[in-house]
Design a protein around this ligand. Structure first.
Ligand SMILES: *[C@@H]1O[C@H](CO)[C@@H](O)[C@H](O)[C@H]1NC(C)=O
Ligand SMILES: *[C@@H]1O[C@H](CO)[C@@H](O)[C@H](O)[C@H]1NC(C)=O
Ligand SMILES: *[C@@H]1O[C@H](CO)[C@@H](O)[C@H](O)[C@H]1NC(C)=O
Ligand SMILES: *[C@@H]1O[C@H](CO)[C@@H](O)[C@H](O)[C@H]1NC(C)=O
Ligand SMILES: *[C@@H]1O[C@H](CO)[C@@H](O)[C@H](O)[C@H]1NC(C)=O
Length: 415
């Protein structure tokens, strides 16, 4: 709450030309951006899918740390959902993967030689950039991204953080980023940030920029579609509110069992084609809800039980056509899953990692206070956005196209 002496308000109101500015409401308390879904691999053979799944497993284990590791790491998926934000003065737009499983913002730097065609950030082109002169590094299963920390104005969906700390990465393992994505926006808690900086979303919450301290995803799915393009409309990401036209009924929130970690939910029931599988209990049931991961990983015994229910299947390579069900508290999110694999997550990391394969079947909400994750059933409007509709892929709404790298016109051409 901001207390302004009454005399000050009267003074402002009496100055005709200033009163407009003084009375103009701040940015609306809830905003949405449209997402893009990227799928690089539509024509892969089953074997290629299998080796991709194996890579996912390795990368995911790296993201969630081997025992004792302090570094928070992220896997790159072949399928992911990204949106646009803008950095600097004047604002330049960048596409970033939205990742609830990590908490740092980073973008490729101008001097990155392994970043291919991706648009890169040039600090000298922003008059508001300040170098923090601190190094930043994230280690992956297959390499690393490293650079330095700076701070600048960051804008997304009508919200702005004046001095957002983020990393400019000049050493990025090849393949980690691919055009048109220049980096990643972590939507997890500051406690897991490698940079130790307050994440963009948490700063907005602490500044009371949002009326409601919640962010939410509606992710589109493209099931069994033959002409899905590499880039398709990906749904939407809202900050400061949940969009009630995208779900039906109430959002079934469950309090996080652990504070200051990932966005975690305990799994309450697993069934495969209607048959219950021994559901894990206690910490073995903790699942990180991770929009930056494609598939679902879990402990080996539970995964073995799941695959035992599926004839001719094996963990890791998974049969992508099998229908599996995972239930959460309230079982509102009973739904189909494509692929599970075994992971050995380290240290304090949760036993399960639940990615987009699950999340695109529900409306998902990530609430700061009380700290909780909630799911709701998608509305028929949301479901009608699934599948290939020849809809144009959304483009940046804030900031001009990057000066370096490839611009918007080229970005949306198909290979
Ligand atoms: C890129 O390298 C040049 C020359 O070393 C340096 O002046 C500039 O600050 C570097 N830019 C970034 C983003 O690190
Ligand atoms: C920022 O500081 C880091 C570390 O001191 C340095 O490597 C980098 O070149 C600097 N970048 C710019 C743009 O000044
Ligand atoms: C996938 O599409 C093919 C061709 O349209 C159809 O024969 C098949 O039944 C569909 N499979 C599913 C699971 O919908
Ligand atoms: C809610 O979602 C619908 C469908 O995408 C959209 O048309 C509408 O503008 C959204 N509402 C708000 C307040 O953003
Ligand atoms: C788990 O879900 C399955 C399928 O929906 C159901 O048959 C079973 O009774 C549930 N088990 C528990 C313990 O809720």
């Amino acid at each position: 709450m901001l207390f302004v002496p009454i005399s000050t308000i009267i003074a402002l109101l009496s100055l005709g030309h200033l009163s407009d500015a003084a009375l103009t409401p701040r940015a609306p308390a809830g905003q949405t951006i449209n997402l893009v879904r990227s799928q690089q691999s539509k024509s892969w053979s089953k074997d290629q899918w299998g080796s991709w799944a194996q890579n996912q497993k390795a990368a995911l284990e790296a993201k969630y740390g081997s025992p004792g590791s302090q570094v928070r790491r992220r896997a790159t998926g072949t399928n992911y959902y990204f949106g646009s934000l803008a950095i600097g003065t004047p604002p330049i737009s960048y596409n970033v993967i939205l990742d609830t499983g990590s908490a740092d913002l980073w973008v490729a730097g101008q001097n990155c030689t392994s970043c291919g065609d991706v648009s890169t950030f040039d600090p000298s082109s922003s008059s508001s950039f300040q170098n923090q002169s601190t190094s930043f590094s994230i280690t992956y299963g297959s390499g690393q991204a490293a650079g330095f920390l700076g701070q600048d104005v960051v804008q997304m969906a009508g919200f702005q953080v004046q001095n957002q700390v983020f990393a400019i990465c000049d050493q990025v393992s090849s393949g980690l980023l691919s055009e048109p994505v220049s980096g990643l926006l972590g939507l997890g808690f500051q406690t897991i940030a490698s940079s130790k900086a307050s994440p963009f979303w948490e700063t907005l919450v602490s500044e009371s920029a949002w009326d409601s301290p919640v962010m939410a995803f509606q992710l589109t799915r493209y099931l069994n579609e033959s002409n899905v393009q590499t880039l398709e409309p990906g749904g939407s990401f809202s900050m400061g509110f949940t969009n009630s036209s995208l779900y039906t009924g109430d959002i079934d929130y469950v309090d996080l069992p652990v504070q200051g970690s990932y966005w975690i939910l305990p799994i309450t029931n697993i069934s495969v084609n209607g048959e219950s599988v021994n559901a894990p209990t206690g910490e073995e049931a903790y699942a990180a809800i991770d929009t930056g991961t494609t598939l679902v990983g879990g402990p080996s015994n539970a995964i073995a039980e799941i695959f035992a229910q599926i004839p001719d299947s094996q963990p890791g390579t998974g049969d992508f056509r099998k229908l599996l069900h995972l239930s959460w508290h309230g079982s509102r999110a009973d739904t189909c899953l494509g692929a599970f694999f075994e992971i050995t997550s380290g240290g304090s990391a949760p036993a399960w990692i639940v990615g987009d394969t699950f999340l695109k079947n529900v409306y998902s909400a990530f609430r700061y206070s009380p700290a909780s994750v909630g799911f709701a059933e998608l509305s028929s409007l949301a479901i009608s956005m699934n599948g290939d509709k020849d809809t144009a892929v959304p483009s940046a709404t804030i900031g001009s196209s990057p000066a370096s790298g490839v611009g918007d016109e080229v970005v949306f051409e198909q290979e």
